[in-house]
Design a protein around this ligand. Structure first.
Ligand SMILES: Nc1nc2c(ncn2[C@@H]2O[C@H](COP(=O)(O)OP(=O)(O)O)[C@@H](O)[C@H]2O)c(=O)[nH]1
Ligand SMILES: [Mg+2]
Length: 245
């Protein structure tokens, strides 16, 4: 029986998932959680999907959703969530997690316990609360992230400190409540803040857990200028929408 599914979008993460996936499954099992990992891969040229499929054969706990091309982080989550809702049984929590080693799996059992014991619908792993930290050397990336969070907060009215964090536990019941609105969301990185806004409007009880965000292990970031522009433009539009309504 699976209680937890991790939806993990991947694009060229073959080297990273070789260790991340077995470690994550072991940590969850050690803490008494039955779990599955759903890798959503966009035909990564480095063979990520094949590595994930092999892990599926050895662990029986990895499923792979293969898509035709690089369709964006948000769209990978939308397809992944719909797949969980339509085809998976006995799931209580759906997690979002990057595949690059930035999101330490060691804190996932604590995040799940916080959701379980505190009755939270959403637990965000957060760099910007006490105990959280971002081991990021690039000043530009740090400024962009702070700015994005400020804009995100002004635009949505959600008071969490790290709205752009892509490491989250979400109760399946609340995700089901917003599933029909998911297709209206953007395909790129702005999806993360749009999703939190939808969950907030659906009445989700949201909290944060401290995250020490590590630099990615192998490969390169896929965050580009287009994603940043689309983020800023959505936030500004949403801010006006909220002010005039
Ligand atoms: N399936 C899929 N995954 C993506 C896409 N873009 C990024 N990712 C994955 O999303 C996660 C976060 O991306 P990353 O490049 O680390 O973003 P950053 O942490 O903001 O620099 C990683 O697991 C990526 O492989 C995409 O277009 N499709
Ligand atoms: Mg990353």
């Amino acid at each position: 029986m699976s209680e937890v599914v991790i939806v993990m979008p991947t694009y060229n993460e073959a080297e990273n998932i070789k260790t991340l996936i077995p470690t994550t499954l072991r940590i969850l099992e050690d803490h008494g959680w039955s779990s599955l990992i759903l890798v959503v891969d966009d035909s990564s040229p480095d063979g990520t999907a094949e590595v994930a499929e092999e892990l599926g054969r050895t662990t029986r706990k990895v499923k792979v959703l293969k898509r035709a091309g690089k369709l964006g982080l948000g769209s990978a989550y939308i397809d992944g969530f719909k797949h969980v809702i339509d085809y998976m049984d006995n799931i209580v929590y759906v997690c979002e997690m990057d595949a690059d080693g930035s999101h330490p799996p060691e804190i996932l059992p604590d995040m799940l316990n916080l959701a379980e014991k505190g009755g939270y619908d959403v637990v965000i792993a957060s760099r910007y609360i006490e105990g959280g930290k971002w081991e990021e050397r690039s000043m530009i990336r740090r400024i962009i992230s702070k700015g994005a969070n400020l804009l995100g907060r002004l635009s949505t009215g959600v008071r969490a400190r790290d709205l752009t964090s892509g490491y989250r536990v979400i109760r399946l019941d609340i995700l089901k409540r917003i599933v029909t609105s998911l297709s209206e969301l953007h395909s790129g990185y702005v999806f993360q803040v749009e999703l939190i806004y939808l969950l907030h409007k659906a009445g989700a009880k949201i909290t944060e857990y401290p995250l020490i965000f590590k630099p990615r292990i192998h490969g390169e970031s896929k965050l580009g200028g287009k994603e940043i522009l689309s983020f800023a433009s959505w936030c500004l539009k949403n801010m006006f929408r909220r002010w005039i309504s």
